[in-house]
Design a protein around this ligand. Sequence first.
Ligand code: SF4
Length: 299
Amino acid sequence: MALQAVGKLSARDFKADLKPVWCPGCGDFGVVASVYQALAKLNLDPDNTVFVSGIGCSSRLPGYINTYGFNSIHGRALPVATGVKLANPALTVIVTGGDGDGFAIGTSHFVHTARRNVDLTYLMMDNGIYGLTKGQVSPTSPHDLVTKTSAYGNIEAPINPVLMALSCGATFIARAFSGDPKNSQEIIAAAIQHPGFSFVQIMSPCVTYRGREQFDAVRERIRPLPEGHDPTVRADARRVAFEDTEEVITLGTIWVAERPTLEDGHERARRKASERGPFSYEDLVHSFIPDDGSVAAGG
Ligand code: SF4
């Protein structure tokens, strides 16, 4: 149940009564803690905030947050969230999910939500494995990773989510690590404040199917943005996006741009339509059959 926004809320106020059922040590605990902090920092009104997810360990997150929530179906969180946002643009809509949910069955939704620049925040918790279904290879699993479905090592190359977000038109792109809550909460807060599609790849190790070593491997590779990095300069963003995360994992805000959101486009179209006045049946017929009686050529 959502809280009434009365005065300043603390991180604790955003904590739902439902206790997380993640495995002890799962990186997602760090992410949800950072989310509580970010929501409190922004003093978001829980009655006007909605978390939407798909299916997977990290997609349980809406249940643990004291706002409205929608645990939808596998890979479909982004279109559901788009519908929520278009129905009520005043809402703050945040999407959570994992690499399997977002970059396998959900890939095409990611592409189109980014290019449409829907004003959503997408927190993608990346552990490079399917955790909920017990350890199969995922689209971000590293090459050669041995899993239940890649007994001789993953023979496929992983997707690079940051590079994909950049090429699809996301207007805010960042990377965070569940083991670095201070940095993560700042990035999450900035992503929520950004007007447009914000994508945050959060490295969130799965201790059960990738072992404690995954935490160590991420820690060894993380580093801050290069000195002088300007997130509004495409060449700077591209340099970070092309890095191989098997070697370095750069944390921080990688790319920020401004362009009209899908909601802006809808508003513009609505305004033009009202200026033009109602479309009559005759207008419609004439759009297919010009005055000379010829039929418009089909494509
Ligand atoms: Fe976390 Fe992995 Fe357990 Fe899922 S299976 S809750 S990702 S540790």
